[in-house]
Design a protein around this ligand. Structure first.
Ligand SMILES: [Zn+2]
Length: 424
């Protein structure tokens, strides 16, 4: 009898697997079609057992949905193209020297969860010590920890003494960051190395930066020749390249070298904007964190020179963001999380609207545009058949008040609910 019962269980299990578990559905009071900008009423999003959307259609009578969000507005999961989930604001100055690489991985586990629960179901992590972002990505993909879909770079490539080196210690410590590579061939070798250890994307430092010691944001670091070598090698191996570039010249050099996205873009000029349009290069402006650096940076341990540098470029970056957007350059949403506390990523939407975008433009930057830059348009960035059921929900209308995205109450990634404050 027991044997028969066991046999029956196995049979049921096999049949269930063969047929595919039923999947489920979500009923949305409103649903934002991010492509058209239309706010559709009373829609049902159905997905299969693999967490892939099978239909989006008006709610019919009869079949009840498993998840009721009929009082909420649904959107596709948000995408942040510039995160540092293994870092914290307090790690940028001398305080960071006491944080081990294994500890950074643990910090990444914490922040991956925070980021997902804030509504960001996909992130591109650009710069992490010791391939800690690779470990976090793999832990998420294995279902061991909670977090967004991740595309990661591992250590950022940069010149000796540049923004992506660590210049805090004197010579006798002989401390060099893992991503340092000078010259076209050394840079090519470094591209191969980070790919060997798990990089999905290559991050480089084209110009100086704010949170580094002894350099200036406007000063070029990698040369055109070095960046051409990096872009060619990365593209050959099927990876895109994101270049940290505040400086006017470095932005243009990076675009001409064939880099795929310009990060920060602070001092871009008219020629740079025209070049970005001509090459189809995405611009990523992290225009929220200026507020955090100026208000809390000193307390977090950021160097006095970093605060001074931010004072000089923060406002210019916002003005140039407006200019680039109005000129029609492609813009993807990226925040530099880790410079400010993780989970506050959506605070940038309000800034983008304050500096010239309509709410829909800002939402598109964090959905369809970001998906395009990732090369993942068929997977994420919209609620359409064939995409992952990555869905968030908020109270209110994000098209009239984009700051409602700072209070995401429901998060689902690939059909699995990560947060549901509506159900409480
Ligand atoms: Zn960054």
């Amino acid at each position: 009898m027991r044997k028969m019962f066991f046999g029956l269980c196995v049979w049921i299990f096999v049949v269930a697997v063969a047929a595919g578990a039923p999947g489920s559905s979500v009923r949305c009071g409103k649903l934002l079609d991010v492509r058209s900008g239309q706010l559709l009423s009373d829609q049902v999003v159905t997905f299969d057992a693999d967490g892939v959307i099978t239909s989006v259609a008006p709610a019919g009578s009869g079949n009840a949905s498993a998840i009721d969000l009929s009082k909420a507005t649904c959107l596709p999961g948000l995408i942040d193209m510039h995160t540092h989930i293994t870092g914290e604001p307090s790690h940028s100055g001398y305080g960071g020297l006491g944080i081990s690489v294994p500890r950074q991985a643990v910090i990444g586990v914490k922040n991956a969860r925070l980021t997902l629960r804030a509504g960001f179901t996909t992130i591109r992590n650009v710069g992490a010590d010791g391939f800690t972002d690779v470990a976090v990505r793999d832990g998420i993909n294995a279902g061991e920890i909670e977090g967004p879909r991740m595309r990661v770079s591992g250590p950022a490539l940069g010149i000796t003494g540049g923004h992506c080196d660590d210049n805090l210690l004197p010579f006798e410590y002989h401390h060099i960051s893992e991503g340092v590579a000078d010259g076209p061939w050394a840079a090519r070798a470094k591209v191969r190395e980070v790919i060997k250890y798990g990089a999905d994307v290559i991050k480089i430092c084209a110009s100086g930066g704010v949170l580094s010691k002894g350099d200036l944001p406007g000063t070029p670091q990698y040369t055109l020749e070095e960046m051409q070598a990096i872009a060619e090698e990365a593209h050959k191996l099927g990876r895109k390249v994101a270049a940290h570039a505040h400086g006017t010249q470095s932005i243009k050099d990076a675009i001409r070298a064939g880099i795929d996205s310009i990060e920060h873009s602070s001092l871009i000029d008219d020629e740079g904007i025209a070049l970005a349009k001509q090459h189809g290069t995405y611009l990523v402006f992290d225009i929220y964190n200026d507020d955090f650096i100026l208000q809390h940076g000193a307390q977090a341990g950021m160097l006095p020179e970093s605060i001074e540098k931010e004072k000089k470029i923060g406002r210019l970056q916002r003005e140039n963001f407006r200019k680039a957007f109005q000129a029609g350059a492609k813009i993807a949403f990226g925040t530099d999380s880790g410079v400010y506390p993780h989970g506050d990523n959506a605070k940038q939407f309000g800034k983008m609207v304050e500096w010239g975008m309509k709410p829909l433009d800002a939402i598109q930057a964090a959905t369809i545009n970001a998906a395009d830059l990732l090369g993942w348009s068929e997977k994420v960035g919209s609620l359409e058949k064939g995409r992952y059921a990555d869905l968030i929900a908020v109270d209110g209308n994000p098209l009239t008040d984009v700051t409602v995205l700072e209070n995401v109450k429901f998060v689902m990634k690939g059909g699995a609910v990560a947060r549901n404050d509506f159900g409480k």
